[in-house]
Design a protein around this ligand. Structure first.
Ligand code: COA
Length: 131
């Protein structure tokens, strides 16, 4: 098992919290990687949209690493941090931690990824992000 992970609390924003449910598993009973990927996209979008104050779309996901499995009943928290703001794009690092026992502070880093969003107007065209 991974060592306890505590480095994120001071530098990253908690964007999403939820419990891994049986409905999120494959037939073997393991949590789908795609379920985690969806949560990462949503968490990054929360952080990005708070900064852009606009509609955004996901343009790129990089460095997606699954470090540890997620189990049914784990309390999942997705932390996000803006890494870069461009003219119309914004890059967010997302770290996902699991608490195997919801009642203890045993955080395990399970996944991390970097997601790039683009601020778009009503027509879906890139628009300048305000300073
Ligand atoms: C995102 C989208 C609006 C960009 O349109 P575009 O015409 O390629 O825009 P541009 O070339 O002007 O690039 C706009 C910004 O996106 C960035 N960008 C475009 N493609 C990129 C890529 N592959 N990786 C990283 N950044 C990228 C550019 O660097 C630019 O950033 P900047 O303004 O901060 O410098 C368009 O590609 C799109 O609508 N994609 C679909 C998005 C979507 O539906 N996502 C959900 C899928 S289910």
């Amino acid at each position: 098992m991974n060592t306890e992970y505590t480095g994120f609390q001071h530098e990253m924003e908690p964007a999403l919290r939820l419990i891994a449910m049986p409905s999120d598993t494959n037939p073997s009973g393991d949590i789908f990687g795609g379920w985690i990927m969806s949560q990462v996209d949503q968490a990054g979008a929360v952080v990005a949209a708070q900064r852009t104050q606009s509609r955004i779309v996901t343009v790129k996901v990089t460095d997606f690493i699954f470090k540890e499995p997620v189990y049914v009943g784990d309390l999942i928290t997705c932390y996000g941090k803006i890494e870069k703001v461009g003219n119309t794009s914004i890059t967010v690092k997302v770290v996902v931690v699991a608490q195997r026992n919801k009642y203890e502070k045993d955080y395990i880093k399970v996944t991390e990824a970097t997601v790039v969003y683009v601020a778009v107007d009503e027509d879906g065209k890139p628009m300048q992000i305000g300073k």
